[in-house]
Ligand binder design. Structure first.
Ligand SMILES: [Zn+2]
Length: 269
């Protein structure tokens, strides 16, 4: 279907694609129209001044292929600029945010798996799946996904919000799942560690990929059981119970599952 073209991948001269090209955590976008989309739709001619280290098709939308890739930062193309994905993310529609996040994770995976972690041999990308294979020792590496839990703790129609030291933001308790741990055990441990509380009735809410930290956020609601709030002082500097009519000003933005949970809490009886 596609001819491989060393300049830009699989497209011939006339075909278009959506390009998700990154340099580190910067996304290549067309200049202007910040509030619009990150989608860069063009064929190889438009990208001829940009050196691409690697690229792959990862998705298609209405027959148009989406391609992720890593570029050289010495590109010279007047119509384009590099912009930090995280900075642009809040203005993106959710579907495009998700697509860009997927590309971001795949680019970072491929860049960091060029060589085998076991024997040091150069890795070869599979043509059938997202996997990097070592032809020498046979090991395969897949894109890294780190599960993390996030939990809305409810006590007498109030929600626990905690402020992390590195962000000026009031959000829910969250943390990475450790090796050998169930999701429920991770919820119990994170809540105990970060604010010193015990919770019960842990139930699933929803999930969301979160590309910036290679996470899959798995969201739960839990009821307060016992204990007094004791911020750990390491990750959490302050935490308190909030009712729907006195939520703090600084809460997570609309893209995050934390915000979806806070909004869902506001709709509860
Ligand atoms: Zn190897």
């Amino acid at each position: 279907l596609f001819k491989y073209n060393p300049d830009c991948g699989y497209l011939n001269d006339t075909e278009c694609a959506y390009w998700f090209l990154f340099k580190d955590d910067y996304l290549l976008v067309k200049k202007g129209s910040l509030e619009q989309t990150a989608l860069l739709k063009c064929n190889k001619i438009d990208l001829s001044n940009i050196r691409i280290h690697f690229c792959s098709i990862f998705e298609h939308i209405n027959g148009i292929y989406c391609i992720y890739g890593e570029i050289d930062d010495s590109f010279n193309a007047n119509d384009f600029q590099l912009e930090r994905f995280r900075v642009r993310a809040p203005v993106l529609p959710i579907e495009i945010f998700n697509l860009t996040g997927r590309a971001f994770q795949l680019v970072n995976w491929e860049r960091t798996h060029q060589f085998c972690g076991q024997c040091g041999n150069p890795m070869v990308k599979s043509t059938k799946e997202f996997a990097m294979h070592c032809p020498n020792c046979g090991i395969a590496n897949y894109p890294r996904i780190s599960p993390a839990v996030i939990v809305a703790i409810i006590k007498e129609k109030k929600l626990l919000l905690a402020r992390r030291k590195e962000f000026e933001m009031n959000s829910l308790i969250a943390g990475y799942v450790e090796a050998g741990e169930t999701l429920e055990e991770a919820v119990n441990r994170e809540v105990k560690e970060e604010v010193g509380l015990n919770v019960k009735n842990i139930r699933y809410f929803s999930s969301q990929p979160w590309a910036f930290s290679y996470s899959l956020m798995v969201a739960f609601i839990a009821d307060y059981e016992s204990g007094d709030i004791q911020p750990d002082g390491i990750e959490i500097e302050f935490a308190d119970w909030y009712s729907t009519d006195n939520l703090p000003d600084k809460i997570p933005g609309h893209l995050s599952i934390a915000r979806k949970m806070i909004d869902a809490f506001c709709l509860m009886d």
